[in-house]
Write a protein that binds this ligand. Structure first.
Ligand code: FMN
Length: 438
């Protein structure tokens, strides 16, 4: 069985699964239940000055039959006192010495940062995470995403933290996705001496408007506020940001990946794109702590099936499969192919291709064709003109039957040729421009 243990910038945990800072990591009671269920670490709900919260606080995006594909919140950091939180961290750490407990912090002045770093060290926490990402409430007070959105300010504050933390406790800088280029913030964290980064925090959002009252949710006495978005819907954004930080030569810091992780596959993808640990908030709020059982078993089986002895062998495996568009092969060709034994004749592929893509599918009479089991006799069938198919994938994406439309690679016989090479050859007069598509 593959070894799941990890070490992120000196923070050790028996597996890569950590609870992200938020409601599930708000108390010692929850932290212990999380460890009992199998989580390797908990990032405590952000500790700061006692906070006053509003009611209500959460709103969600449902899609079809699926509830909460995205969750939005206008909650602030912990509304429990720092004394209570640090005391509970101390007690949990005494009982669970081999699990990771990370104190998430957010304060304002240099003196306060020094004080809270020292209190985290005294509590026995294994590390500190700096919350530079909360996009509501705290940013109006010059904290949270207000810091994360300005790399220079973030650099100054990480510098203050490192004055008290350096060599004593590892510091993870948690980044906001509400920024044009997240690598700028990651580079700032590196320049200031931060030991690791975590991303993403929540994305600014409005999830829904009540069309009777015209007040968006969550409802607070006839008004609402923009909130932080998370859950499965944000995973693609998070993966992209994790990968860009992982491949950036100026960052090169250990990464804790966060954003829409709900199962072992999501976790494995984050690890393959460079994460050492993975953090989960929304999925735990939705399904409870026990989801980690399937996550650990699934990841372990997957690693075994690939012949990896340790989860660390998976880390970064996919980072370099992403390239700039200009380096992709213009001579590579994939086309759609329909398996008529599976086709149910819904013709969604035809409609999508005809109206929404490149008009490469014809509807033809089924005369003489082997019809799939779900197809009505005499109903026209979709037929792909592979010579015209541009390989956009849309038909295979809309097809409701698994593996019915496959994208197959066509051997063009032409060598690798990128846009970059094309531009060079054009400039040297070594070739004529490729004519535009008719
Ligand atoms: C209700 C709620 C409260 C949160 N509170 C915090 C917080 O106090 N500190 C913090 O750094 N992140 C906080 N987060 C953000 C999460 O830690 C995490 O970055 C984000 O939700 C993305 O992960 P997910 O898609 O697994 O939820 C909160 C998220 C939610 C939903």
């Amino acid at each position: 069985m593959a070894d799941l243990s990890i070490n992120l910038a000196g923070i050790k945990s028996p597996n890569p699964f950590w609870i992200a800072s938020g409601p599930p990591g708000n108390t010692g009671y929850q932290c212990e239940r999380a460890f009992d269920s199998g989580w390797g670490g908990v990032v405590w709900k952000t500790i700061g000055e006692p906070i006053v919260n509003v009611s209500s606080r959460y709103s969600a995006l449902n899609y079809g039959q699926t509830r909460m594909i995205g969750l939005n919140n206008i909650e602030l950091i912990s509304d429990r006192s720092p004394e209570t939180n640090f005391k509970e961290i101390y007690n949990v750490k005494k009982k669970w010495p081999n699990h990771a407990v990370i104190a998430s912090l957010m304060v304002d002045t240099r003196e306060r940062w020094h004080e809270f770093v020292q209190r985290s060290i005294d509590s026995g926490a294994d590390g500190i995470e700096l919350n530079f990402g909360c996009p509501h409430g705290m940013c109006e007070r010059g904290m949270g995403s207000a810091v994360g959105q300005q790399p220079k300010v973030a650099e100054t504050i990480v510098g203050w933290v490192m004055e008290a933390a350096s060599g004593k406790i590892p510091v993870i800088v948690k980044l906001t996705p509400n920024i044009t280029d997240v690598t700028q913030a990651a580079r700032a964290a590196k320049r200031a001496g931060g030991n690791a980064i975590s991303l993403i925090n929540t994305i600014n959002s409005i999830t829904q408007v009540n069309l009777d009252t015209f007040v968006p949710e969550p409802y607070v006495n006839g008004q609402s506020s923009h909130g932080g978005y998370c859950g499965p819907a944000v995973k693609p954004i998070a993966l992209n940001m994790v990968q860009s930080c992982a491949e950036d030569p100026e960052v090169q810091l250990p990464i804790s990946g966060i954003g829409g992780i709900s199962n072992w596959r999501d976790a494995a993808e984050f690890i393959a794109l460079g994460s050492t640990s993975v953090q989960v908030c929304t999925a735990v709020m939705h399904y409870g702590f026990r989801i980690v059982e399937d996550m650990a078993e699934g990841l372990s089986n997957y690693l075994d099936s690939k012949g990896f002895k340790s989860v660390n062998e998976l880390r970064g495996k996919a980072i370099h499969s992403l390239n700039r568009w200009e380096n992709l092969n213009l001579n590579f060709k994939r086309v759609a192919q329909i398996d008529y034994d599976k086709c149910i004749g819904c013709n969604l592929c035809f409609i999508a291709c005809e109206d929404g893509a490149h008009q490469c599918i014809d509807l033809v009479s089924p005369n003489g064709q082997g019809l799939g089991p779900g197809r009505l006799p005499g109903k026209p069938i979709p037929q792909i003109r592979q010579e015209d198919c541009v390989g956009c994938n849309l038909c295979s994406l809309v097809c409701p039957v698994d593996d019915c439309i496959e994208m197959v690679t066509i051997e063009t016989g032409r060598p690798f040729f990128s846009w970059k090479e094309y531009q060079t050859k054009l400039a040297k007069g070594e070739m004529q421009p490729i004519p535009p598509h008719p």
